[in-house]
Write a protein that binds this ligand. Structure first.
Ligand SMILES: [Zn+2]
Ligand SMILES: [Zn+2]
Length: 177
């Protein structure tokens, strides 16, 4: 199919109010002249390739600015993250992925522990440093998992993410006692 059969209307994306269309993960079909909310890389209507990034330099700069300020939001949301909502809002597969990553980092920390203790004998805040490192890595995995699904985590998702990471705090503290 190489012409517009009107199927694209089913995927028509609403204009986001506070962020650009591309930054919100929408894609554009230049042939159908429409922005769509669609997972694939080709138009569900005319089958041509969808555009995922702005074309103009200005547009690209704005896109980057929005992504960066959004990441900023991610980090600050994470910092006050633990404890507003009780319901689980993060999709199970993303939670699995994040927890696997944290467990992997913790087991690595455990393996390097003899080295860390010898190399930094006077540091009092090793537990903090390790925890920050592990959570930092988990944040990027978390955000990436959503980005791969062309979605953005909600405030509840971040709060839930905070709860997941806090669970591991004790485990890391124990290493340094
Ligand atoms: Zn179309
Ligand atoms: Zn199209």
């Amino acid at each position: 199919m190489t012409y517009c059969i009107g199927k694209c209307k089913n995927y028509k994306a609403q204009k986001p109010s506070r962020i650009g269309r591309y930054a919100a993960g929408q894609k554009r079909c230049n042939y159908c002249e429409i922005f769509v909310d669609y997972e694939g890389i080709t138009c569900p209507c005319c089958n041509r390739q969808l555009r995922c990034l702005p074309r103009s330099r200005k547009g690209k700069e704005r896109y980057l600015e929005q992504i960066i300020s959004w990441l900023d939001l991610v980090l600050s949301a994470y910092l006050w993250g633990h404890g507003t909502s009780d319901s689980m809002t993060i999709p199970d597969d993303i939670q699995d992925f994040v927890e696997k990553q944290i467990n992997l980092m913790i087991s690595q920390t455990e393996a390097y522990l003899p080295f860390i203790k010898v190399a930094f004998p006077y540091s009092k805040n090793l537990a903090d440093a390790c925890y920050n490192l592990i959570v930092g890595s988990a944040v990027s995995i978390f955000v990436n998992q959503y980005a791969m699904r062309l979605k953005y985590p909600s405030a509840e998702d971040f709060s839930e993410f905070g709860k997941i990471t806090v669970k591991y705090r004790d485990q890391i503290d124990k290493f340094f006692k």
